[in-house]
Write a protein that binds this ligand. Structure first.
Ligand SMILES: *Cc1c(COP(=O)(O)O)cnc(C)c1O
Length: 358
């Protein structure tokens, strides 16, 4: 008897994470390794969140609050929405999964960009949906192209703003123009994983107001990036009560663990930490831009905590050579890499090693 797997998972590939720091240390006999590969916060996390986790660790035998009540209440108050409009998840990764399971039927068309967050296409295929991939223009979402790709079979559209891995953004004006032209029965997922890092003022700052006008929008946010809680896995969706109610049926009963819940509540309180993260990132970005300019390297304008840069040599080779020297970055495609903006010393070391390997 041969084992039969669902047709939909045949062509899928498992997510390939970067090598953990400890593995790289061992492999190359290095004492220090810096990882600028996964867009983590180089400042760590709010001390208030760490304190909350320590306290919560005193009792690990009890299941977490499956409803994440306190977290939902904190978020609802902060965002000015109803508690019933929020759904926390184990990282926004899990929310992408929940959304796909809630909405995508076999053969449904699902629109996304070509160079964007990889979970969009994986979960679409997993559900048997048909990915309609619209290429970026100047490394930026082509919203006109995406709108033109809508047909009667379109079920859902994934938007990431600003985008990972290119770091680019589209404006509030563009987004509103786009939403005005999307039929109401088509779900629009608006992933704002990097919203806290945006410096431009034509970005839609208050995306929550979209929900008053567009009943088909799901906003996605995470505590993994600016909030620095990637290890704990916590993100959330904000949408209409009807959408949240239905997505809530799909999630696991205790999908957000106890540490994640208490840390997220504490982190929300510590907006000074977010402000500091923004400032450090902005400075780091300006420094890296300046160094890339000196090296004559082209890059996409970033509104995130990472920069998509053309190193003009095979990205995989550069990745390996940097790794040997204790610096982990992410090769993306061809001669393009993605580097997370670190603290000053990390950025300087990155530039020094990059010069060496180039
Ligand atoms: C990092 C990232 C996420 C997910 O992060 P989680 O750790 O799962 O919350 C979601 N979307 C984008 C675009 C990201 O870059």
């Amino acid at each position: 008897m041969t084992i039969k797997f669902r047709e939909e998972i045949k062509d899928l590939e498992a997510y390939k994470p970067g090598k953990p720091i400890e593995d790289v240390k061992r492999e190359y006999g290095l004492d220090e390794v810096i990882k600028l590969a996964s867009n983590e916060n180089p400042l760590g996390s709010s001390p208030k969140a760490v304190e909350a986790v320590k306290k919560a660790a005193e009792n690990l035998a009890i299941y977490p609050d499956g409803n994440a009540t306190l977290l939902k209440e904190s978020l609802a108050e902060k965002l000015g929405v109803k508690v019933t409009q929020i759904l926390p998840s184990s990282g926004s990764d899990e929310m992408v999964d929940i959304i796909a399971k809630t909405f995508i039927n076999k053969y449904d068309e699902v629109i996304m960009a070509d160079i964007t967050f990889p979970r969009y296409i994986t979960t679409t295929k997993m559900m048997g949906g048909k990915p309609i991939v619209v290429p970026l223009k100047n490394w930026t979402y082509d919203l006109d192209g995406m709108r033109e790709a809508i047909t009667e079979k379109t079920r859902l559209i994934w938007l990431c703003n600003p985008n990972n891995p290119t770091g680019t953004m589209f404006t509030e004006e563009k987004l509103i123009e786009f939403l005005e032209n999307v039929p109401e029965n088509v779900i629009v997922v608006y992933d704002e994983a990097y919203r806290e890092y945006v410096t431009r003022d034509d970005y839609l700052n208050d995306s929550i107001k979209l929900l008053d006008k567009y009943s088909n929008v799901i906003i996605l946010r995470t505590f993994s990036k600016a909030y620095g809680l990637a290890a704990l896995r916590v993100g959330f969706a904000i949408s209409s009560e009807e959408i949240i109610h239905n997505m809530n049926k799909i999630r696991g009963p205790f999908n957000v663990n106890k540490m994640a819940q208490v840390a997220a509540v504490a982190a929300l309180e510590d907006q000074d930490f977010i402000k500091k993260s923004y400032e450090v990132n902005k400075k780091g970005k300006e420094y890296l831009y300046q160094e890339f300019d000196k090296l004559g390297l082209e890059y996409a304008p970033s509104e995130t905590n990472h920069i998509f840069v053309n190193v003009k040599k095979d990205a995989n080779k550069i990745f390996v050579e940097l790794q040997k020297r204790g610096m982990i970055i992410r090769p993306i495609m061809g001669t393009w890499i993605r580097v997370t903006i670190g603290i000053e010393a990390q950025n300087k070391l990155f530039i020094k090693l990059l010069k060496e390997v180039l």
